[in-house]
Design a protein around this ligand. Structure first.
Ligand code: HEC
Ligand code: HEC
Ligand code: HEC
Ligand code: HEC
Length: 179
């Protein structure tokens, strides 16, 4: 675990402080660190609601209430069945660096006009703008963590249409699928 933007949450005497609304957890982190996020703008910043504080099934498989009522393959989304780039974006929505559209209020994919999160199967670019100058160093390499998708788009694996989940198990340990 690494200390992450601690200056936003603690003051110089190590006391907890109210973050500046523009840098709050809701504004900058929640879209990648929970599932089913809803945002409401208030005078003080953003209020949020979510269904799970983590990466839940619905983050990669879409809304599941119909599926829970009558489980079947027709009413749930399988990332593997999407067009190649759309399937890759299921992982790319979090393993990346960018900002919401159009104003860049959030560091995660979000349609600020309709006030809604990225919808699986739609082009991620409708919800997210990459900032190449920000994420890469002058040689074009990653500077920080959670950028695997951005790097991947430049690799031969991308042109070869290899999925993240051809190598990684999306459902838990181990990090890599056993061969
Ligand atoms: C991080 C993204 C992610 C999360 C979270 C996730 N899945 Fe998946 N799931 C996938 C991917 C990717 C595949 C396709 C894997 C493949 O084809 O190799 C898949 C496949 C499946 C399948 C097989 C579907 C089929 O048509 O054969 C089932 C069932 C499933 N997931 C259920 C779940 C359940 C239940 C949860 C929550 C407990 C969950 N998944 C959470 C990404 C995810
Ligand atoms: C909702 C955001 C989100 C999505 C979608 C997502 N991830 Fe992640 N992923 C995370 C976070 C957060 C962690 C770090 C979890 C931790 O350290 O507890 C992580 C960790 C990982 C790790 C490292 C696991 C480890 O044990 O070190 C791999 C590999 C990974 N994800 C692959 C994928 C793949 C492949 C997909 C697409 C099928 C995917 N992720 C989709 C947020 C996401
Ligand atoms: C664009 C999506 C995204 C946003 C926004 C985001 N994270 Fe993450 N975060 C991730 C992913 C993906 C991982 C897993 C990183 C990896 O293995 O490379 C992660 C990992 C972490 C970890 C574990 C780090 C470690 O080294 O174990 C912490 C803590 C964390 N995030 C906190 C935050 C905080 C606080 C914010 C807001 C200031 C934030 N994140 C914003 C996607 C995001
Ligand atoms: C060709 C196989 C392959 C593909 C495709 C692939 N990865 Fe990886 N990935 C690896 C290997 C190998 C490692 C290093 C694992 C280790 O150190 O144990 C790794 C490491 C990672 C880690 C760091 C895990 C850790 O322990 O810190 C994350 C997160 C990750 N990959 C996410 C992704 C995402 C997201 C995609 C798609 C955009 C992707 N990977 C595509 C093979 C792959």
């Amino acid at each position: 675990m690494v200390p992450y933007n601690l200056q936003n949450w603690y003051d110089q005497d190590c006391g907890i402080k109210e973050p500046d609304p523009a840098n709050s957890f809701e504004a900058k982190c929640a879209g990648c660190h929970n599932t089913g996020l809803e945002l409401k703008k208030t005078d003080k910043g953003f209020e949020s609601k979510y269904s799970e504080l983590n990466t839940g099934c619905e983050k990669c498989h879409g809304a599941g209430s119909m599926h829970v009522n009558s489980p079947g393959k027709g009413n749930i989304l399988n990332p593997r069945k999407l067009a190649f780039e759309r399937g890759l974006e299921v992982c790319g929505q979090c393993h990346s660096r960018g900002t919401s559209v159009p104003k860049g209020l959030h560091d995660y994919p979000w349609d600020e006009t309709a006030n809604k999160p990225y919808q699986l199967g739609e082009p991620l670019s409708k919800y997210y703008t990459l900032k190449p100058g920000k994420w890469a160093d002058s040689a074009g390499h990653s500077r920080q963590h959670h950028q695997q998708w951005v790097d991947f788009l430049r690799s031969k694996h991308f042109t070869g249409k290899i999925h993240c989940f051809d190598c990684h198990n999306a459902h838990g340990d181990p990090v890599l699928l056993s061969l």
